[in-house]
Design a protein around this ligand. Structure first.
Ligand code: SF4
Ligand code: SF4
Length: 362
């Protein structure tokens, strides 16, 4: 990102600077860096997070004659914390080159944008999973312990089904801790399939070992969606694209000693709610595996539209918050270019007014 910002800044300032772009500092490209350092008097290091490159360059520069000056976070020329931006790098580059920057020049006029909360994709099966449990829990005292992944977005309105989020795998262990101090509360833990393989299993073992009365919901969309669809041990292929054995989440959970393990399709709402209720009634740890592929990885089905039976109760919009739905003249509508036909909204409509384009369902 820093490189992209710098390119933009050089274009804006109409300057050319010698730039060494380091894609990954492990292993550090020492020869390349030395060649660069030997030609420089001063180097400004632009990197987010810990100053790894800066430290390496400083060490290497000691061997150059004359020794170039390395500027960055350690010398106070770049901020230690926070994300970089074009404006921030422009300011730093101007200071580095002693270019006078007018205060107003540094400000970019932002267009007026409508307020928009972060949202799960249209047709995302996680929306259905959260909604199924929210429906099954109605009237109960419940804590939804969340985890890291696309599904952290379940915290936003209208779902509001992520009450805690700490680190990968923490949903399961936080739920266990809460169960100890609030045994009268339903404690749910949501975790993605990839996170389950990463750090979920020790928490499951701990729940069985200590007989924690919690329900763990594995949101299995068969990918690591948030970071770019990387494969994981449940997908049947390696990171290099080779075929690999599929590690079955249900079998692992059973092997850990969980007494209740069930798979369900969250987009079949009635069935999903029934499984959610059953799992919560089970004494001791229970696991529900909601299986449905990531909406980004499947071909969209027939989009839906809202017909004249709609009574404008807004339940579909208020309950689900699907970004394919919007209000027009007081009535909800579906943007067919966004709808992937997941059918979730048609299952919540009390008057069956949501039907596939070109056909009816009752
Ligand atoms: S739930 Fe059905 S009736 Fe209610 S607003 Fe949505 S489409 Fe209309
Ligand atoms: S079917 Fe309904 S919930 Fe699913 S993507 Fe279309 S509008 Fe959204």
């Amino acid at each position: 990102m820093a490189y992209a910002y710098l390119k933009e800044v050089m274009d804006e300032l109409n300057i050319e600077l010698p730039v060494l772009k380091i894609g990954t500092p492990h292993p550090f490209p020492e020869d390349l860096a030395l060649k660069f350092l030997n030609e420089m008097e001063e180097v400004l290091v632009l990197e987010e997070l810990y100053p790894v490159v800066e430290e390496q360059l400083r060490e290497l520069s000691a061997g150059c004659k004359p020794t170039p000056l390395i500027l960055g976070k350690k010398t106070g020329h770049m901020p230690v914390a926070g994300e970089y931006s074009v404006e921030l790098i422009k300011k730093a580059v101007c200071a580095f080159l002693a270019i006078e920057l007018q205060e107003e020049e540094a400000l970019v006029e932002l267009p007026q944008l409508p307020p928009r909360p972060p949202v799960l994709c249209a047709g995302c099966p996680h929306r259905a999973s959260f909604y199924a449990f929210k429906t099954a829990c109605r009237g109960k005292k419940v804590v939804f312990s969340g985890d890291i992944g696309c599904y952290t977005l379940g915290n936003a309105k209208p779902l509001e089904t992520v009450d805690t989020c700490l680190c990968m795998g923490a949903g399961i262990t936080i739920a266990q801790g809460l169960h100890r101090i609030e045994p009268d509360t339903v404690n749910l833990a949501f975790i993605g399939d990839s996170t389950f393989f990463h750090t979920g299993i020790p928490g499951i073992i701990n729940a069985v070992y200590n007989n924690a009365d919690i329900t763990v919901v594995v949101l299995d969309n068969r990918t690591t969606a948030m970071t770019g669809n990387q494969p994981h041990p449940g997908t049947g292929r390696t990171a290099m694209g080779k075929e690999a054995p599929i590690i079955d989440i249900a079998e692992i959970v059973k092997a850990c000693g969980v007494g209740y393990v069930k798979k369900a399709d969250p987009l079949k709402l009635k069935e999903a709610v029934a499984v959610a209720k059953e799992a919560m009634e089970h004494k001791g740890p229970s696991v529900v595996i909601f299986e449905s592929p990531c909406a980004q990885n499947i071909k969209s089905g027939t989009p839906l539209y809202i017909d004249e039976r709609c009574i404008a109760c807004k339940k579909c919009i208020r309950d689900l918050g699907c970004p394919a739905m919007y209000m027009e003249d007081g009535k909800p509508c579906i943007d067919s270019s966004q709808c992937n036909g997941c059918n979730l909204c048609s299952q919540v409509c009390p008057v069956n007014a949501i039907v596939p384009v070109g056909g009816e369902q009752g």
